[in-house]
Design a protein around this ligand. Sequence first.
Ligand code: RNT
Ligand code: ZN
Length: 407
Amino acid sequence: MGRFESAKLQYKEMGVDVDKALEVLKEIPISIHCWQGDDVVGFDSKLAASGGIQTTGNYPGKATTPKELMSDFDEVLKLTPGKKRLNLHASYAIDNDDRSNVSPIHFRRWVDYAKEKNIKLDFNPTFFSHKMVKDGLTLSHPDKSIRDYWIKHGINCLKIAEYFANELDDVCYVNFWMPDGFKDYPADRIGPRIRMQDSLNKIFSYPYDKSKVIPTLESKVFGIGVEAYTVVSSEFCLCYSLKNNIMPLVDNGHYHPTEMVSDKISSILTFVDKLMLHVTRPMRWDSDHVVSFDDETREIMKEVIRCGSNRIVIATDYFDASINRISAWVTGVRNVQKALLYALLEPSHYLKSLQDKNDFTSLQVKHEQLKLLPLGDIWDEFLRRENVEKDYLKVVKEYEKNILSNR
Ligand code: RNT
Ligand code: ZN
């Protein structure tokens, strides 16, 4: 008996249908962020990431042109299994430097690329790393002309998302994350929040096609340089989302380190239909390390599977500039998928029944047994079925030697 067959048998003994799990896994889309490829720089203002986010490291070979970024992303597509989408930021507009005038023309090449690769696109307005971010503020700035600039940007991004949706015949998720906040104690906390609410209302009153364009709103507890206060806090985000029927986005780097996103998913889904995730790995702060196959990632993906993967949109959001960026990209995406597989290989009905019978003794023992089942053999079979090379390091090193080192 081969390794896969033997592994499958061990899962069967636990009441798990491995083939069914693999069928489900390959259909769960991962919206892969474009910004791991160039340290969140983009092509419009070419400024290093700011606004509470930071990349660290100076590994050679980063993409600096659309052609390079597309070529690097080709490698990511080749080296990852399953269903994938590409998540673009407005700062990746081609031949544009004014965000208040960014339009579908600046994304024509991206749409051509998506068509060529047969993937769908998601989108993000870029409210950071730009000269019109004043005093760390955008949509909540006291000066109306600053707010208006960014409101125009937000509306343009809804138009671009609509263009993506129409061209690619699928929905487009557009995530709004604003870095607005203060380093030290403010004198007025509610003012910026009311202005933020008003600006968002203006953006979302643009008559976009609600069947195709799905805006999401991302919260954050603090960032570098905005330690004391952020306008779009978790409470702001959830209240705004609920009141205005906007999908909330939860980034697992955006909470106090003892707060667990794995526990937030079901709380939010008790009240809203769908939720979007930014999957990252916060190390002591919102450091955006490459996603690892760790406890919390597994716990998050268990909740995705238990609550229904059709109710949760999975997107990645991390950026490591200290190692080969393609390897970083691939490692993180694969780890999200491995965690999903781990979750799919749980006998969830049985485990729930133990909980409902208050048999936490058996539940603990089963949880621990599951950890040592041969997941790796099932994962390898998934890669084989998806025609994806297991040893991506070899491919990445080859690409580094032939392409990246010449940049
Ligand atoms: C920042 C947020 C945000 C960004 C991206 C680039 O803390 O997580 O989602 O990382 O939009
Ligand atoms: Zn995020």
